[in-house]
Design a protein around this ligand. Structure first.
Ligand code: ASP
Length: 326
């Protein structure tokens, strides 16, 4: 994983002791358990600061380029809000069709350009490996905000923060991942992240054609985590501490008829949740389509809207880290 300190011409000053200064964030595999605990601590401090004073000038004078080649609501706007809450500024490119990408500019050239104007680049792209490619050319730290069906490391970090804030621990948990585990990049990153913790049991519940990819399962089993696949939820729901629901990723299907067949394979309702513990949480990276009914939203176990708020604090922490202020 890249450890290069970019911006070699910046005076080190207060960057000297910042371990993530100038680094790219491309994959969850970069993070050790100690790193994850550090991020959770910084995110918690960001939460306290936002609750107390809202906005402060930790990154005053710094610029973020937010470059999104795929639709986004939460990731894009929470990175923008994070930068602005830290006193920095944002170049928002949410619609690449209005940028030089529409004229045929390559990703390396686009990020080279943005690297001239910004101090950090957040990139979402439909191709697996796009963030790693961008990091080669950007000249500034690149943060992967989702690369196709690959990874979504900042989502996994905010998922971990959510679990810690809500349940008070990241060890000794049974997690059930439900829905589109094949194309859902967030579960790929989260399963990998959880290998850093102990006493974790993973259940995967999905339609037959949307199983967790074998490479992710192999990585998880190499770390010794028990994991099992199921076709229905009822057997594992009673033991579940975290039910992580995902959307069937319509945009990744070549055949629309196949999508139609599986899109409503699982729907979480108050009735279904009668089979779950009282002390557990339901998460979802959002957007939700039909996989969690709105009737469940009022249940205290429904953590998905709190989860998106936690994303702000985690992204504040990450920006502060790569810009040498945490
Ligand atoms: N927002 C998440 C992602 O970008 C989940 C989703 O789109 O279903 O991967």
């Amino acid at each position: 994983m890249p450890t290069k300190a970019k911006n070699p011409h910046l005076p080190l000053g207060d960057h000297k002791t910042a371990p993530w200064y100038g680094k790219d964030i491309l994959s969850i595999k970069q993070f050790s358990r100690a790193d994850l605990e550090y991020i959770i601590r910084v995110a918690h401090e960001m939460r306290i600061m936002v609750e107390r004073i809202g906005t402060f000038d930790l990154l005053k004078g710094k610029i973020l380029a937010n470059l999104f080649y795929e639709p986004s609501t939460r990731t894009s706007s929470s990175f923008m809000a994070a930068m602005e809450r830290l006193g920095g500024a944002v170049i928002p490119i949410n619609e690449v069709k209005y940028s030089s990408v529409a004229k045929g500019e390559s990703l390396p050239d686009t990020v080279r350009t943005l690297g001239c104007y910004a101090d950090v680049i957040v990139l979402r792209h439909p191709d697996v490996g796009a963030a790693a490619l961008a990091a080669k050319y950007a000249g500034k730290p690149v943060i992967n905000a989702g690369d196709g069906v690959g990874e979504h490391p900042t989502q996994a970090l905010l998922d971990a923060f959510t679990i810690r804030e809500e349940l008070g621990r990241l060890d000794n948990l049974t997690l059930t991942m439900l829905g589109d585990l094949k194309y859902g990049r967030t579960v790929h990153s989260l399963a990998r992240l959880l290998t850093q913790f102990v006493g974790i049991k993973l259940n995967y519940v999905s339609p037959d054609i949307l199983h967790m990819p074998k490479d992710v399962m192999e990585e998880v089993s190499q770390k010794g985590l028990p994991q099992n696949e199921y076709a229905t939820l009822d057997k594992v729901l009673p033991e579940t501490d975290v039910l992580y629901v995902t959307r069937v990723q319509k945009e990744r299907f070549d055949d629309h008829a196949v999508y139609e067949k599986v899109k409503s394979a699982f729907v979480i309702t108050p009735e279904v949740m009668k089979g779950a513990k009282k002390e557990m949480i339901v998460m979802h990276p959002l957007p939700r389509v039909t996989e969690i009914s709105m009737e469940f939203d009022e249940d205290s176990r429904a953590a998905y809207f709190r989860q998106m708020e936690y994303g702000l604090y985690v992204r504040m922490a990450l920006l502060a880290m790569v810009l040498g202020k945490a």
